[in-house]
Design a protein around this ligand. Structure first.
Ligand SMILES: *Cc1c(COP(=O)(O)O)cnc(C)c1O
Length: 394
């Protein structure tokens, strides 16, 4: 039966989600989103943020944001293409291009917006997009908006990609291959050297979404730099909201690409630009990232320590190659129960189950960050051990 009224639709939809245990309740924080958070009056160790380097609450970034608000105001006042482009935006874009080792870069209001902006700006209904089946939702939406034929390939399966690239180039106009640099649920890294090789053989446009790689891999510059492919990837997209700690997104690439995006990407043309505070804080974050490796070193030390700790207790951390740390429990109900027990014990780590990940691969997803202390990680590991035994998972 289909609902005809909004009320019926909402009621049925919410009831169904609740019955399936898929209705997500939002947890509003009573503290900043740091290594520890306060929730329902309780202080917890936070293993669920994407604040890799702890920059979201960094005093240096806060000072720059406040200063920019004083000098430039709280809002940019217009879309970029009318008169919402401040000197600050241009400075940010110069820094981003240098950070990504490209000719130019363009900032957007979020990473999500960057994907929804850039993909449809270069692809249209005569084209095809080869998309890793585990790509992020914003890539999927960007591809849909382009009206190009979307051809998913099996996750990181290069034989499948090669075969589909061959077929697609025979049938369509432009063909793009698009992938996450780091996959957000498992923490594995895209096989960029092979992807580039296939792309060069079939003349594909290459697009890498490096939301989880920037600030983390390639000495901070990201997955593309990690593989030394900066001049062989056409479009590098990133976010300013994860390792960078603020908000916003960008696309980096050759000068002509950026010129085109300025006249053809809709969120640039029709949505107000990043605020001065955001931009100033982001510039400071990029300066910190490019002048010191301290935060990255701490991030990786913490990630290795936590992952080795979990494995030593007997947990399966899957195929992660990055700080993203899945703790694979398996059964959906058991995974949710595990996460619930962790929360009761003061550890905030969310369960991720079907349909976000395949059935039977439910996991608690952990994100150790640079700002965690050894004591915090030790406490989390101790709780994992207790609850693992209690629920017969280890
Ligand atoms: C988080 C994320 C985005 C969206 O970035 P926002 O800046 O949060 O909008 C896009 N792609 C991937 C792979 C992501 O993980």
């Amino acid at each position: 039966m289909t609902s005809k009224t909004l009320e019926d639709f909402l009621e049925a939809g919410i009831r169904e989600l609740k019955e399936q245990g898929l209705f997500n309740e939002v947890d509003p924080l009573e503290s900043p989103n740091g290594p520890q958070i306060t929730l329902n009056g309780k202080e917890m160790i936070n293993l669920s943020s994407n604040n890799y380097l702890g920059l979201a609450t960094d005093e240096r970034l806060k000072a720059k944001a406040i200063q920019a608000i004083e000098t430039d105001g709280v809002g940019a006042g217009a879309v970029r293409s009318i008169n919402g482009t401040l000197q600050l935006h241009l400075r940010l874009e110069e820094k981003l291009a240098a950070f990504k080792h490209t000719e130019a870069a363009l900032a957007y209001q979020s990473g999500f917006n960057a994907n929804v902006a850039a993909i449809p700006a270069v692809m249209d209904r005569n084209d095809a997009i080869l998309s890793d089946e585990l790509n992020h939702a914003s890539i999927i939406d960007g591809c849909r908006l382009s009206r190009a034929k979307i051809i998913p390939y099996k996750h990181s399966d290069m034989d499948d990609l090669r075969e589909k690239a061959k077929e697609a180039t025979e049938q369509y106009g432009k063909v793009m291959v698009i992938t996450d640099g780091v996959f957000s649920m498992d923490g594995d890294v895209a096989k960029l050297p092979e992807i580039v090789e296939i792309a060069e053989a079939f003349d594909l446009i290459t697009y890498v979404d490096d939301a989880h790689g920037s600030g983390v891999l390639g000495e901070g510059a990201g997955t593309v730099k990690h593989f030394n492919l900066s001049d062989r990837i056409d479009m590098q997209m990133g976010t300013l909201s994860k390792a960078i700690g603020v908000v916003g997104g960008y696309v980096a690439g050759r000068q002509s690409l950026i010129e085109w995006l300025k006249v053809r990407s809709r969120p640039f043309l029709f949505s107000t630009s990043l605020t001065p505070g955001d931009v100033a804080a982001t510039i400071e974050a990029l300066d910190i990232l490019t002048t010191s490796k301290d935060l990255q070193t701490r991030l990786w030390e913490n990630a290795r320590y936590f992952q080795e700790g979990l494995r030593a207790i007997g947990f399966d951390t899957g195929k992660t190659e990055t700080p993203i740390t899945p703790c694979i429990i398996g059964d959906e109900k058991e995974t949710q129960q595990f996460s619930q027990r962790l929360m009761e014990e003061g550890i905030y780590a969310k369960s991720i189950v079907f349909p976000t990940v395949p059935r039977g691969t439910g996991r608690v997803r952990n994100m150790p960050i640079a700002a965690h202390t050894r004591d915090m990680l030790d406490e989390a590991l101790a709780k994992y051990k207790t609850i693992g035994k209690e629920l017969n998972v280890i």
